[in-house]
Design a protein. Structure first.
Length: 111
């Protein structure tokens, strides 16, 4: 399980913070969705997601050639609450990201 200090360190990096906020809001996203939302390359997104996975903040599931991420199921409720509260009270954090989850995912496959 992720400890408190590691959780807050993850939130201090903008790409990881926004990725966690998006996952908190959407439940599950493909790497391609995060690439489009954050306008970043696949290697950069994957590096940040690997760091979040290493600290048990997210889990990944491969389905064919796609990898889907979601918040770790054992993430404590208080951490989930921090993410929800951050998203609600700081809309400017997500205002610059491209909208995701419009029926089709960014790479053209259905969830």
């Amino acid at each position: 399980m992720c400890d408190t200090l590691t959780f807050y360190k993850a939130l201090s990096e903008p790409t990881r913070l926004i990725s966690l906020l998006l996952l908190s809001q959407h439940g599950e996203l493909c790497v391609c969705d995060l690439m489009e939302a954050l306008a970043l390359s696949q290697p950069k997104i994957s590096r940040h997601l690997a760091e979040l996975r290493k600290h048990q903040l997210v889990v990944a599931e491969r389905r064919g050639k796609w990898v889907y991420y979601q918040l770790h199921p054992t993430l404590p409720e208080w951490m989930r609450g921090v993410l929800r509260t951050t998203a609600i009270n700081n809309p400017s954090l997500l205002s610059s990201v491209t909208p995701v989850m419009q029926g089709n995912t960014a790479c053209g496959h259905h969830q």
